[in-house]
Write a protein that binds this ligand. Structure first.
Ligand SMILES: Nc1ncnc2c1ncn2[C@@H]1O[C@H](COP(=O)(O)OP(=O)(O)OP(=O)(O)O)[C@@H](O)[C@H]1O
Length: 768
């Protein structure tokens, strides 16, 4: 046994030695590795471990892409890196391989905690990176974890301490850093930012800074992106000092090099904004055998186009994906779209970056992107890894010149396409009819309109996006809306901004038929059809429902319209016409407002009015036997006589009513006593005097006393509790015919075991 142990110890020592030798050899190979990328074209040439090589081979990765050839050796040598390469050129592997290798060479184990942190700006991208990591790292012994928003944070918390390589979105990673006791970041060896320019931009600045302050200053940092826009100051935040750049010059602005894939065929069409949906629909109809992504500027746009096009049934499966969907729905769509052959996905820029959808034929940018970078990322969803792909961007006449100029500066020159009029189909009537039938759709349309207008308004590049020139009314009609929703700007901070908005708000105000003083122009003389009116009515309901129910949750949902509110132009009603709907603020005042008594108070005594044949109202005495009445004299003269006569009648009636009520009461009590007597007789046989545990309960207004007993009914085989019911009821004391004293009168009942028992007991008591 001892010998065996000795052998195994020796073997272990030998193994360790062998491993150390292997690691030393790897280190030497890395040091001596020739950085001339043309010399090494396959992964096998790289100084990386067997396990990683096997993982790559199993995943059918054999030949390296250009960015991989250039960047992996540098990363292996331990340099910080700023790498840029076209979309779909294999950047994911370019950073994952060095991460795995670094931990391998450091002999990382699960007890060493977190060794590498990979940050991605979107959940979808993080998921994808994680999948590739699991694929190529399947023969390694590290543990990997994915932390993204929308997932169960508690579940993640429990496991996070054992993770060696963590992939996630900035917000969720920081949340874990704040919450997870087990997440020790003091040992992190490598930090990776995928889509670095996005991670570094203002939206993520604070979060990223907070994450970085939790990391050790001595570490390797790798930044990857298809576009590079960050300043040196941004890089300094990440303590990138002596870093190497790969491919950044090409991507940025070197002469004649476009940042888009060479295999991508790019085109554009000039489309008037109100024709956009017609063209989009016609495009989809003529590309039914394609897999395409249609980019729109906002979630609301996506939602609206998806819902309406779905109803129009173009003949291809439709999907939609945007950031306001639940994570499960997003993941499901992502998965479905990846697997589908012919399909159309309407999406926001949430999938513009990094997502590797297989075999996408077309990328259609229905709304102009905010920048050339976004354009590059969007079109990069097709033509990936050397495959062929096509892109189409729709530019309005206002956007065309400016955006083409921007593209040209980055050496992107899409071909102009024209639309065959014969293939163009107008869907405006269908949209109008759909929105007319479905108020929810109409509501979506209004939201889509507003979010589009807003998206144009907030764009920084005013040479491309001209808010003032938007054909609002026509655009609204093209969405199927009867008119442009009125948009009220909020939060205008600077005078300049206010000035800028003056023209446009005037334009919008004129649409709402109100003059500059805010007076409503009389629309009664306009010719309005029955359908117009119905439309208005429905619309009112929809809006009121949504706007009256705005809660905090909804406010979150509507954050996009933070500085805008919507008011339908044809909803303007003069304030005088409206009933007072101002809600009282205090609870007391609210109670008062809803109390009938309070609402009648202060209105004086009510007087009954009767309407004559002409519909005129009269006090009741005026119309009683009208002719006789007038024969007896004027109304004022007869008023007092009439009132005293009526008072006499009422007194007589009152006496009769009281008498009748007393008789009814006596009859009821007589019946009740009879029933009680019958019950007492029937209950005498089963009575038990055995003391049992007290039982407390209360039913209705009667009190069950503490001396309630329960007994066991052995015959029936179930526990039957008997309760002594002592009633102290004021009405009983009035009853002189009752010989039993009302106080302490005992009614013995079966204690209710079930709800039915309870109900029957209540019924019995009430009867009694
Ligand atoms: N060496 C390789 N051999 C074969 N296929 C590869 C190789 N490297 C990457 N790929 C494939 O190329 C596609 C694009 O890779 P990846 O998603 O890493 O691109 P990317 O440069 O990160 O793109 P983006 O800029 O859009 O994020 C993926 O399907 C990936 O599997």
């Amino acid at each position: 046994m001892a010998k065996k142990n000795k052998v195994s110890t020796t073997t272990r020592k030998q193994l360790r030695q062998k491993e150390d030798d292997y690691l030393k050899k790897l280190e030497t190979q890395i040091e001596e590795y020739d950085l001339d990328s043309t010399k090494h074209t396959v992964f096998k040439d790289l100084p990386i471990c067997h396990q990683t090589l096997k993982g790559l081979r199993d995943s059918a990765f054999v030949k390296m892409t250009e960015i991989q050839q250039k960047s992996i050796p540098l990363s292996l040598k331990g340099h910080d890196l700023l790498a840029a390469a076209r979309t779909g050129s294999g950047k994911t592997l370019a950073f994952l391989i060095p991460v795995i290798e670094k931990l391998y060479r450091e002999k990382w184990t699960e007890f060493d905690g977190l060794g590498a942190l990979i940050i991605s700006p979107t959940r979808e991208l993080a998921m994808q990176i994680y999948e590739v990591l699991v694929k190529i790292g399947r023969h390694s012994s590290f543990s990997a974890g994915l932390v993204i928003g929308g997932k169960d944070v508690k579940y993640e918390l429990e496991r996070i301490s054992k993770i060696n390589i963590l992939v996630g979105t900035p917000g969720r990673i920081l949340q874990h850093m704040d919450q997870a006791v087990g997440l020790n970041t003091s040992n992190v060896q490598v930090l990776v930012l995928d889509e670095a320019d996005r991670c570094l931009d203002m939206g993520f600045k604070k979060t990223l800074d907070a994450i970085v302050t939790n990391l050790p200053p001595v570490r390797q940092t790798l930044l990857f992106s298809a576009t590079q826009s960050q300043s040196l100051a941004d890089l300094a935040r990440l303590s990138l000092t002596d870093y190497k750049s790969v491919g950044t010059a090409e991507v940025k602005d070197s002469a004649n090099v476009s940042a888009t894939p060479e295999t991508l065929e790019q085109s554009y069409i000039n489309v008037e904004l109100p024709d956009k949906l017609d063209i989009l629909y016609s495009f989809i109809k003529t590309h039914l055998k394609s897999k395409m992504i249609v980019f729109l500027s906002s979630s609301k746009q996506v939602h609206f186009v998806y819902e309406t096009f779905r109803k129009l049934q173009p003949g291809i499966s439709l999907m939609h994906l945007h950031g306001r969907q639940k994570q499960t729905a997003r993941t499901e769509t992502l998965d479905k779209f990846s697997r589908a052959q012919h399909t159309c996905l309407f999406a926001t820029d949430v999938v513009a970056r990094g997502i590797d959808f297989p075999a996408v034929d077309w990328v259609v940018q229905a709304d102009c992107p905010e920048s050339v970078d976004t354009y590059i990322h969007r079109v990069g969803r097709c033509a990936r890894y050397g495959k062929h792909g096509k892109s189409l961007i729709m530019l309005t006449p206002q956007e065309e010149e400016g955006f083409l100029k921007r593209l040209k500066q980055r050496h992107i020159e899409p071909n102009k396409l024209t639309i065959k009029q014969s293939r163009k189909k107008s869907i405006k009537p269908q949209l109008q009819s759909l929105l007319f039938q479905d108020p929810e759709l109409k509501y979506l349309g209004q939201k889509a309109f507003i979010s589009y207008v807003r998206s144009i308004y907030i764009q920084k590049d005013k040479e491309v996006f001209k808010f003032d020139e938007l054909p609002n009314e026509e655009f609204a009609n093209s969405l199927g809306l009867p008119g442009a929703p009125k948009i009220k700007m909020k939060g205008m901070k600077s005078v300049e901004r206010a000035k800028e908005l003056k023209n446009t708000s005037r334009q919008l105000l004129s649409l709402s038929k109100a003059n500059e003083d805010g007076e409503i122009v009389d629309r009664s003389k306009e010719v309005r059809t029955r359908i117009d009116k119905m439309f208005d009515r429905r619309n009112q309901t929809v809006l009121s429902e949504h706007y009256l129910n705005i809660t905090k949750a909804q406010a979150d949902e509507d954050e996009e319209e933070d500085f805008m509110t919507m008011k339908r132009q044809d909803h303007q009603i003069k304030e005088d016409d409206l009933p007072q709907l101002i809600a009282p603020s205090s609870k007391r005042a609210q109670r008062k407002a809803t109390s009938k008594k309070a609402s009648l108070a202060g209105k004086g005594n009510p007087s009954k009015m009767v309407f004559d044949d002409e519909g005129l109202a009269h006090p009741v005495y005026e119309l009683e036997g009208e002719e006789d009445f007038h024969a007896r004299g004027g109304a004022e003269d007869q008023k007092d006589a009439y009132l005293s006569k009526e008072a006499q009648v009422m007194t007589t009636r009152d006496v009769e009513d009281k008498k009748l009520a007393k008789e009814k009461r006596q009859e009821k009590k007589r019946k009740r006593l009879e029933a009680l007597r019958r019950e007492e007789e029937a209950g005498a046989d089963n009575d038990s005097s055995a003391d049992e545990a007290p039982y407390q309960a209360s039913i209705g207004t009667g009190n069950l006393s503490d001396d309630m007993n329960s007994s066991s009914d052995e015959e029936s085989g179930r526990t039957t509790k008997r309760v002594r019911y002592s009633r102290d009821n004021a009405s009983d004391s009035e009853d002189n015919s009752n010989k039993t004293s009302s106080k302490g009168r005992v009614i013995e009942m079966e204690h209710p075991e079930s709800l039915e028992d309870l109900e029957s007991l209540t019924a019995k008591l009430l009867q009694g």
